[in-house]
Design a binder for this molecule. Sequence first.
Ligand SMILES: Cc1cc2nc3c(=O)[nH]c(=O)nc-3n(C[C@H](O)[C@H](O)[C@H](O)COP(=O)(O)O)c2cc1C
Length: 226
Amino acid sequence: MTANTDIHQENSFFPGRLDLRTPINDLLSRRWSPRAFSDRPVEPPKLVRLFEAARWSPSSVNDQPWRFVVATKEDAGTYAHLFSLLSESNRRWASRAPLLVLGLTRTTFSRNGRPNRHSFYDLGQAVAFLSVEAEGLGLAVHQMGGFDEERANGLLAIPPDYEPVIILAIGYTDRPESLPDDLRQREMTPRSRQPLESIVFTDAWEKPSRHVDPHVTGLSDHSSTK
Ligand SMILES: Cc1cc2nc3c(=O)[nH]c(=O)nc-3n(C[C@H](O)[C@H](O)[C@H](O)COP(=O)(O)O)c2cc1C
């Protein structure tokens, strides 16, 4: 139980248990990418909090290369534009999300116009901040790389230094039963990750670090019930 429990839908669906080796922050362990969105609108004060969280993300030389194009269903023209960019498979489920957001990054430094090789990293981190803030507000974020970037440039008159990177579907979740059969199956499939040993090294490449070795740390499986 956390201070955030009150703003969460207590009966909201979560696909399976996480094979957590050790407990992590609730906001991180509860976050996932649903396809079943309710058509309940996102309250304006919550909407602005998402972007305030993104704004306070760190970035290389504090250049803050991220930009966002946001549309609720009331911004019908922009919403339709963003929706039309999505791949067919994403369009199948994203249509109910009350909020679509295009995330873009400036690929050159604003102060000297030189390439910023960390600009995608910075946008990704800002989206991570936004996603965690969303989780705390009882909202879910599903990121989508499956969209037509070329068309986005023309449709939204994006300047040459900016690159459209990701579209986010944001909203309250709905039960998996609201999805067509095939998507419902995917929605209910437990999420998985590579084990820590495959991603954390110390002495040599692909040599699991002792810092994540269950025999050294005494941590094995702390599966979450959420
Ligand atoms: C850069 C990026 C692109 C993604 N593109 C899509 C996409 O086009 N369609 C989709 O359904 N999910 C997409 N996802 C969501 C991932 O599939 C999802 O995050 C991953 O399977 C892990 O699941 P989880 O977020 O529930 O932990 C994308 C995620 C990221 C970070």
